[in-house]
Design a protein around this ligand. Structure first.
Ligand code: F6P
Length: 343
């Protein structure tokens, strides 16, 4: 028996741990694993490599993905699907494991539902925005990186009596901003789920200054928006920050507006791809490993159209249908915790 595995969408720490876990559990069962390069694109282009004990040796702590990835989406390239199916048949794959975020898992759901492909999904993303699972792997590492950056920015903010604006990723949700901001002790956290008013942000910062705390840390998620009634962005800024596949830029405009309104010097740090790079935390290594092992068990059991998920402390199987379509928005309880420390 032979199965295939691919990693699709943006990379994140823990992908190699998941690949290793799938391959190790398959090998101990006498099953071969075919690695498909660069996500769905490799399935279309028939770009594959048999995975061996040697190819997965030493990859557990490594960031990125040994298989490579791409944002090639079969849903947007319908004509590629027959070829993908043919290639699965040519390699006699009994099933396919797709390790991906919301977009790649939606594609997996469609391929199972509309084209009878045999796929098990594994959710990964630093954004933690996949429904059906409490956590995706990659998120914990990103939060650690943000926390470490905020700790470092604190000391320089304090020395210079500045406002430090830290722009973080997260796509349309505020998980990274809220968790990183709480762990780093941010004074204001701006997330897509709660449009913000610049007047309120500036009031909080001035209040801190009056209380003798002349420095502040503001964490802003890349897709955080202003309230329509207090929009300080130009039309071009609005288009360039939000209306592209690639989000980002709000931090710079926010810092400029804070400086203009409060008279306090403000600087911005955009953490960018640093949040996705490097070695996974122990939590992500373990979660990715548990997901990989569960995914293999699901393939053995023929649970097509399902994905692995963390519910509480248990790893379970959930229908892809329930996991994709909507994004998992930031938990309100987490936001309320963050809010206690504003100002
Ligand atoms: O989904 C992960 C993520 O890093 C988001 O946080 C970010 O908005 C996006 O990917 C960046 O995408 P790309 O790798 O295509 O630039």
């Amino acid at each position: 028996m032979r199965i295939g595995i691919l990693t699709a969408g943006g990379d994140c720490p823990g992908l190699n741990a998941a690949i290793r876990a799938v391959v190790r559990s398959a090998f101990s069962d006498g099953v071969d694993v075919l690695g498909i390069r660069n996500g769905y694109l490799g399935l279309f282009e028939n770009d594959v490599e048999p995975l061996t004990r040697t190819s997965i040796s030493g990859i557990l702590p490594r960031g990125g993905t040994i298989l490579g990835t791409s944002r090639f989406n079969p849903a947007k390239n319908e004509q590629s699907i027959p070829r993908m199916i043919e290639n699965c048949q040519a390699h006699q794959l009994a099933g396919l494991i797709v390790v991906g975020g919301e977009g790649s898992l939606s594609a997996a759901r469609d391929l199972c539902r509309d084209h009878q492909m045999q796929i098990v999904g594994v959710p990964k993303t630093i954004d933690n925005d996949v429904c059906g699972t409490d956590y995706t792997f990659g998120f914990d590492t990103a939060v650690s990186i943000v926390t470490d950056a905020i700790d470092r920015l604190h000391s320089t903010a304090e020395s210079h009596h500045r406002v430090m604006v830290v722009e973080v990723m997260g796509r349309h949700t505020g998980w990274i901003a809220a968790h990183g901001g709480i762990a780093g002790g941010a004074d204001v956290i701006l997330v897509p789920e709660h449009p913000f008013r610049i007047s309120r942000v500036c009031d909080l910062l001035l209040q801190r200054k009056q209380q003798g705390r002349a420095f502040s840390i503001v964490v802003v998620a890349e897709d955080a928006h202003t309230h329509a009634d207090e929009d300080f962005l130009t039309q071009e800024q609005g288009v360039s920050f939000y209306h592209h596949d690639r989000l980002g830029g709000i931090g710079e405009a926010l810092a400029a507006e804070i400086e203009r309104c409060t008279g306090i010097q403000a600087r911005v740090t955009k953490l960018g791809y640093v949040q996705r790079g490097g070695s996974p935390t122990a939590f992500d290594r373990i979660l990715a490993t548990r997901f990989g092992i569960k995914a293999y068990e699901m393939v053995r059991a023929g649970e097509w159209g399902h994905m692995t998920a963390l519910r509480g402390t248990r790893i379970v199987s959930v229908p892809l249908e329930d996991a994709v379509g909507d994004l998992k928005r930031l938990d309100e309880e987490i936001y309320r915790v963050a809010e206690v420390f504003f100002g």
